[in-house]
Design a protein around this ligand. Structure first.
Ligand SMILES: O=C(O)CCC(=O)C(=O)O
Ligand SMILES: [Fe+2]
Length: 183
């Protein structure tokens, strides 16, 4: 039940384009681990928070439906809300964008309540090299599906990383669903 779940074609290629365009409608922020803290050895990426972008409501509506479906099919966690904005990230080859092994459950009041993470691949796999999302739910690492528009849903405590992008750029959409403590 802690195995990552793939939702193929969660978003169409045209929708992926629209999400990237929304993110780029204003300047991107430098990535932090949790909002506003940066350690570039762990993570090098630029971010947009969709709550800050006009016209992103349809993305959130889709996210709610996708996460509800994934939770029903694969996890059955007690979830109560999306307490943080959805995040669009850009990992560029110009500085080997990456995100080292980490769990999404953090020390902060909100990050501590993360229970499910969903990551959507917004870029065509041929548009970059490296930039592989890997998950470590048990004894070995496995690669998330790279197909454009595919979503990977996993318990937020599962270790995962994004390997350095060595050519091109990779865009992703990440959301966390929150709820009462695991017990
Ligand atoms: O961009 C990705 O594929 C993963 C992002 C991530 O792990 C995070 O924001 O916590
Ligand atoms: Fe993460």
């Amino acid at each position: 039940m802690f195995t990552p779940l793939t939702l193929p074609e969660a978003f169409t290629p045209a929708e992926c384009d629209r999400i990237i365009a929304l993110a780029q409608s204003e300047p991107l922020d430098e990535a932090g681990l949790v909002r506003n803290t940066a350690d570039h050895n762990i993570r090098r990426a630029e971010l947009a928070w969709l709550d800050d972008r006009a016209g992103a409501d349809w993305v959130m509506e889709r996210i709610i439906a996708l996460v509800a479906r994934a939770n029903r099919e694969g996890f059955d966690f007690a979830l109560t809300e999306f307490a943080e904005s959805a995040q669009v990230a850009r990992y560029g080859a110009e500085r080997e964008g990456h995100f080292d092994w980490h769990s999404d459950i953090g020390a902060g009041a909100v990050a501590a309540r993360r229970k499910l993470t969903m990551v959507v691949q917004l870029s065509e796999p041929g548009g970059y090299q490296g930039g592989t999302l890997e998950l470590w739910p048990d004894g070995f690492a496995r690669e998330a599906q790279k197909a454009r528009g595919a979503a990977t849903v996993f318990p937020s405590f599962v270790l995962h990383r994004v390997t350095p992008v060595t050519a091109g750029e990779r865009w992703s959409l990440t959301i966390w669903a929150h709820g009462p403590a695991f017990r």
